[in-house]
Ligand binder design. Structure first.
Ligand code: B16
Ligand code: MG
Length: 220
């Protein structure tokens, strides 16, 4: 039986991608003299902070000009812009259907955990007022490889004391769906089926999420 649900955060519980991207755009423009095209937003979903910066530098062909320390410093700077932007988040920013779904899982004694690449996950959960629904938050600082590697989903299942095969993972990013499948977990993608085709089930939006849907998928 399904015993746990492993949640991505950005793009599943709340839509923070726009804040991440605005912070990267500001940093790129001000500190790197690089204009990021809108299409780049998609590419950075689920990708860790430093890896995102490296992607931006590679895109601009300037990666070789920066030391690891400078990269670290610039990444911290981006985070300051981002944290400022998300300080205004409230429960009104929870994506549609999520609170009802979390309540339902709790009633059914299915455990929920966070498997996010974001080091800001605890802060965001607190802002959204969703802390009490989660039995565990996997710590991205403790894992060797970010998404698309399976590490963060394996860590989230382990934090619930569950085997990966007892869980379902939910993601909005291509790198995230790849990570879920690599962990041996059943994957639900939220978004475009052409992009997230690797998932076991793709739904257009978070409103679709409910216990019955997950149970059917798990028992298939
Ligand atoms: P931070 P997720 C990811 O969160 C975001 O999608 C990605 O854009 C971001 O760079 C990454 O977290 C790291 O976030 O800078 O806050 O540590 O989608 O895995 O929940
Ligand atoms: Mg995401």
């Amino acid at each position: 039986t399904m015993k746990g649900v492993l949640f991505d955060l950005d793009g599943i519980l709340t839509d923070t991608a726009k804040f991440h991207f605005a912070a990267w755009r500001k940093l790129a423009k001000e500190k790197l003299a690089v204009d990021l095209p809108a299409e780049f937003e998609q590419e950075l979903k689920g990708v860790s902070r430093v890896d995102s910066l490296v992607r931006i530098m590679n895109y601009a062909g300037i990666k070789e000009q920066y030391s690891a320390e400078q990269i670290e410093k610039l990444a911290n700077e981006k985070n300051r812009y981002y944290v400022e932007a998300i300080s205004a988040l409230t429960e009104d920013d929870i994506l549609p259907g999520i609170t009802t779904f979390l309540r339902e899982l709790k009633e059914q004694h299915v455990l929920s955990a966070i498997a996010s690449a974001s080091k800001n996950a605890p802060l965001i959960l607190e802002k959204l007022g969703l802390n009490s629904y989660f039995a565990a938050i996997a710590d991205p600082r403790q894992i060797a490889h970010g998404k698309p590697a399976p590490d963060i989903f394996l860590a989230a299942a382990e934090a619930l004391n569950l085997a990966p095969a007892e869980c379902i993972g939910i993601e909005d990013a291509v790198a995230g769906v790849t990570a879920i499948k690599a962990a041996g977990v059943i994957a639900i993608g939220v978004g475009d089926p052409n992009e997230l085709g690797q998932a076991d089930l793709v739904i257009p939006s978070t409103v679709e999420l409910d216990y019955g849907l997950l149970k059917n998928l798990f028992d298939q």
